[in-house]
Design a protein around this ligand. Structure first.
Ligand SMILES: Cc1cc2nc3c(=O)[nH]c(=O)nc-3n(C[C@H](O)[C@H](O)[C@H](O)COP(=O)(O)OP(=O)(O)OC[C@H]3O[C@@H](n4cnc5c(N)ncnc54)[C@H](O)[C@@H]3O)c2cc1C
Length: 477
């Protein structure tokens, strides 16, 4: 029996598990997919938003303002890569857009955001030479940054698991029943777990999970955003994240470096059927290229290596919904966590823990809690001399599996062993970058499959791309 059951292993459920693992509690994360970070937390812009955008007085504004520095601190502790590169919000010569830049500056001050300043177009271009000559007024957001969203999720859950939390994947919650003080949460497979508290962190599916206890006071509106990711030789086109002034549809198309050295462009904002409508479209990708070129005309779109789409879990109020369930004691909804949910993951987790405390959860700090996680990128960060010495002791680190991203067998084996263990090809890819480069796995995939099969003690034909029936090979000829 668990103290806290968390439905959904995205960055929100994952960070909640990590922050809760400081206390003497039995925690279990329940995830319907074969790995963690399979919803919005795997496909978003990865921006640490400065906090100038949310409407003052909203929960979003409060948690964004608190969340930025909290996120950087936790990222340091759990070795989740980030860079404080700052962001620009640009007007392009119209009085309306320039008024919006000034409005965002004032709003940022009201939200208590440090380090904001307004630059002329020329001042901004002095810092960012590739910025369009048409950019006329720019909000410089110096506390903003970039993170890798799925690595943040993996690292948070890894740290929670190292501290004793459990993770059940392929556990698609289908019913939540309460008998006296105890919840029984049952998966589609028939497996059940019991717990004293339940937290709904199911992202785009949070309204469906809420409906399992009769709550229908919010409805998730799925809104997709399409992206194009460019090769590393475009990665230093800009150093800041370049936004255009936001519209009613969101923060607009950005051009940004990523923590891994690529260039990211997107996202669009289009209503879609459901949270898993993650297809890309010619119209969406055309819009990304056209609008990104407005901010940074020199982006070379012949260098696109992949495109993808993520679905925002929006709600009509426009704010996060973090509150106790209606009429069901000891259950909390953490829903409608659209942007800037990634930025706020630590502040959302801390806010949720306060709600659980108010509901009666006893929070006794653990003396043996470990804030840090073993750095999965320690090898990548070594000098050539250090690598040489390390390889002599650990020869698997001398065998390169992914030539595009220079990922070794040792790093892949480590990703399959370290919490939360990679169980499929995409899981290895998200943890190590093997398959993320120019060839997108064309060369390394069979090698990665062999390592997964070996490490997990299974036949190679059962290794999947991303769970379910996604087996790239079906047998031997
Ligand atoms: C296009 C786009 C751009 C964005 N850009 C940014 C940005 O730059 N900066 C920023 O701060 N934020 C950004 N966001 C927002 C951010 O991505 C989200 O706030 C965050 O990822 C939400 O995390 P989550 O854990 O709530 O949801 P998710 O990551 O979707 O996780 C929910 C999990 O619940 C699981 N689940 C669902 N139903 C069940 C069930 N019945 N049983 C078990 N498991 C279940 C899902 O499989 C999933 O893994 C963006 C979002 C999108 C889509």
């Amino acid at each position: 029996m668990y103290d806290v059951l968390i439905v959904g292993a995205g960055v929100i459920g994952g960070m909640l598990a990590r922050q809760l693992s400081k206390y003497d509690l039995k925690i279990c994360l329940l995830e319907k997919e074969n790995d963690v970070a399979m919803g919005a937390s795997k496909a978003n812009s990865g921006i640490v938003h400065g906090g100038y955008d949310p409407e003052p007085g909203t929960l979003k504004a409060k948690l964004n303002a608190e969340g930025v520095e909290k996120l950087y601190k936790v990222a340091d502790e759990i070795h989740a890569p980030y860079r404080k590169n700052g962001s620009f919000v640009c007007a392009f010569g119209t009085p309306e857009e320039e008024a919006t830049v000034r409005e965002l500056y004032e709003r940022g001050l009201e939200n208590g955001i440090p380090g904001l300043e307004i630059l002329t177009g020329d001042e901004a271009r002095a810092l960012e030479p590739a910025l369009s000559p048409a950019a006329s007024l720019v909000l410089n957001v110096t506390n903003a940054g970039i993170v890798c969203p799925y690595e943040m999720t993996v690292a948070a859950i890894g740290n929670a698991m190292d501290n004793g939390a459990d993770l059940k994947v392929n556990f698609a919650v289908e019913s939540i029943k309460k008998d006296g003080e105890l919840f029984t949460v049952t998966a589609k497979s028939g497996e059940s777990v019991t717990g004293k508290y339940v937290v709904n962190c199911a992202g785009g599916y949070a309204d469906r999970v809420a409906a399992m206890v009769g709550d229908d006071f919010f409805k998730i509106i799925p809104r997709a955003g399409e992206y194009m990711l460019l090769d590393k030789n475009e990665g230093s086109r800009v150093s800041h994240t370049i936004f255009q002034v936001p519209s009613k549809d969101g923060k607009g198309i950005l051009v940004s470096p990523t923590v891994d050295g690529n260039l990211l462009t997107g996202p669009t904002a289009v209503m879609v059927e459901g949270p898993s409508s993650t297809e890309t479209t010619p119209a969406g990708l055309d819009a990304v290229a056209r609008l990104a070129a407005k901010s940074v005309p020199s982006v070379n779109f012949r260098q696109v290596i992949t495109s993808f789409s993520g679905v925002r879990a929006s709600e009509k109020s426009g704010d996060f919904i973090i509150c106790p369930a209606n009429g069901v004691k000891n259950m909390v909804h953490v829903a409608a966590i659209d942007s800037p949910g990634l930025t706020c993951c630590v502040s959302i987790a801390d806010y949720t823990i306060e709600l659980l405390r108010e509901a009666g959860l006893a929070l006794a700090p653990r003396a043996d809690w470990c804030a840090t996680r073993e750095n999965p990128h320690a090898f990548r960060e070594m000098s050539d001399e250090e690598k040489d010495a390390f390889i002599k002791e650990n020869p698997a680190y001398g065998k390169i599996v992914c030539r595009c991203e220079t990922v070794s067998e040792g790093e892949i084996r480590q990703a399959i062993r370290q919490n939360p263990p990679a169980r499929d090809i995409d899981g290895v890819k998200r943890r190590t970058r093997s398959g993320m480069g120019r060839c997108q796995g064309g060369f390394c995939m069979p090698y990665v499959m062999r390592l997964i099969a070996e490490e997990r003690g299974v036949a190679m034909e059962t290794v999947t791309k991303n769970g379910g029936a996604s087996t790239p090979i079906i047998g031997k000829l």
